[in-house]
Structures are given as structure tokens and as C-alpha cells.
Write a protein that binds this ligand. Structure first.
Ligand SMILES: [Zn+2]
Ligand SMILES: [Zn+2]
Length: 251
């Protein structure tokens, strides 16, 4: 019978809160400085709108993001403790042979697609007038988001999304290295998409990358126009469901 120690789980939880907050402050802070606080001529990225985010909105983005850290850390800590007790589908050790590497790629792709699918549909439900105010209005205080908005969710939205990937890791085998890569992709994707600037070169955005992947040009439009462009990593579901509104072209 699998058992986890509640005191150890609490210690892991506190450690994770600190790690998640530190990761957020360092990465969002660095991007905010690089894009918004330097002389515009030095920035090698394209500004997406002429809107200037107010201090008040940035303070709100930071406040919600710090609260979200407490919520995201809970399923993460429980998963870590179950993993230590040998009860998850997370595996480690050297990867060998074609099958080992092929499965690594397939499982990582599957996690991204599952996360994208879950995000797209819960996001659409949260935009329904009945649920919007309680779940998603906080995130949309940012008409022109900054990197600080990358984690700014109402507590209810954070609760809806935080458990999903840890739950997957109980059932779908994934290498611990792939987990770390996925966490990095998740963080960078969230920060880049809320940056307010397009950091990828124009030819990438106009090529296959911009047609398949979600970047700031796509998600910024979700914040400025409010309707459409609901996806997280891929434009797939928006295109299938007819909610893809194209890209913000920049100033
Ligand atoms: Zn939204
Ligand atoms: Zn957003």
C-alpha cells in the first residue's frame, strides 16, 4: 500500500512554492527588463500594440501570479511524494535504443497535445458569461499583457489547470528528463506569449512555425480583442473549431 508522509509533503510543498515563485520572478523580471524597460531601439523584437501597460495592471499580474504559485505547488508536491514512494508513471535512468528515444519523443508530444487540448476547452468554458467572472476575469485585466501576466490566473482558474499534468504523470509513462524539458517549455511559452512583443523572427511567424505554433502574435490578440485564439501551444484546436482569428501584426 502506497503511503506518503504528510509532514514531508508539506515541506516539499513549501519548497515548491519558493521554487515556482523564484522561477517566475527571475524569468518574467528578465523579460520585462529586456523588452519593456530598455531603450526601444535596442530591443530586437516587434512591439505588438501601442498600448502601454499601467503600473496598476502589472501589480495585479504579479499579485495573482504569486497567489497561483501556492495553488500550482500543491498537486506538484503530492506528485513528487508519490513519485518518491514509487507510485507514478515517471521513470528515470539511461534511455537506450530506437524504441527508448522514439517513446521519449512520442510521450513528450502527447503531453503537450493533451495539455493544449485541456487548456483550449477549459479556456472556452471559462469565457462563457456564466463562469467568466469567477474564473478568468483576472487574467483578462491585462489588455496588453506583460511577461508578468504569464502566471496571473484567478485562484479558481489556477485550480482548474494545476492538477492536470500531475494527474497525467500518474498514468502515462514519461521520463524525468522529459518532465524537466516540458516544464521549461511551459514556462517559456507562457512568458513569450504574454511578452507583448514578438521575439521570433518575422520569417518564422510567416512560415510553418507561425502557422502551427502559438506565439505572442497569436495570444496577444486574445487579450486585445478578447474573442478567439484560445489555444496554448498549437493553433490546431482554434483552426478545427473556427476560433482562430489570425495574428496581431504589430506596430
Ligand atoms: Zn481568455
Ligand atoms: Zn493570456
Amino acid at each position: 500500500m502506497l503511503s506518503i508522509d504528510p509532514i514531508q509533503t508539506f515541506i516539499t510543498y513549501i519548497a515548491l512554492v519558493v521554487i515556482i515563485m523564484a522561477r517566475y520572478v527571475v524569468i518574467a523580471g528578465a523579460m520585462h527588463w529586456a523588452l519593456w524597460l530598455r531603450d526601444e531601439n535596442k530591443v530586437k523584437a516587434r512591439r505588438l500594440t501601442k498600448m502601454v501597460p499601467t503600473r496598476k495592471v502589472i501589480r495585479h499580474e504579479i499579485k495573482l501570479s504569486l497567489i497561483s504559485s501556492f495553488i500550482y505547488a500543491a498537486p506538484g508536491a503530492i506528485l513528487l511524494e508519490i513519485w518518491k514512494a514509487g507510485g507514478t508513471a515517471i521513470y528515470s535512468g539511461p534511455i537506450s535504443g530506437f524504441e527508448g528515444w522514439a517513446y521519449l519523443l512520442v510521450s513528450a508530444g502527447l503531453y503537450l497535445f493533451a495539455h493544449d487540448t485541456y487548456f483550449y476547452w477549459t479556456h472556452r468554458v471559462m469565457h462563457h458569461p456564466r463562469f467568466y467572472r469567477a474564473t478568468h476575469a483576472g487574467h483578462h485585466r491585462s489588455k496588453q499583457p506583460t511577461p508578468w501576466a504569464s502566471f496571473s490566473f484567478d485562484p479558481l482558474e489556477a485550480l482548474i489547470s494545476a492538477w492536470f499534468l500531475p494527474a497525467l504523470a500518474l498514468f502515462i509513462p514519461i521520463h524525468v528528463g522529459a518532465v524537466l524539458v516540458l516544464l521549461t517549455i511551459m514556462t517559456m511559452n507562457a512568458v513569450f506569449n504574454h511578452a507583448g512583443w514578438e521575439i521570433y523572427p518575422k520569417r518564422w511567424i510567416e512560415g510553418w512555425f507561425g502557422k502551427v505554433m502559438i506565439t505572442a502574435s497569436h495570444h496577444n490578440l486574445h487579450h486585445t480583442k478578447f474573442k478567439g485564439n484560445y489555444g496554448l501551444y498549437f493553433r490546431f484546436w482554434d483552426k478545427v473549431m473556427g476560433t482562430d482569428k489570425g495574428l496581431e501584426t504589430g506596430t
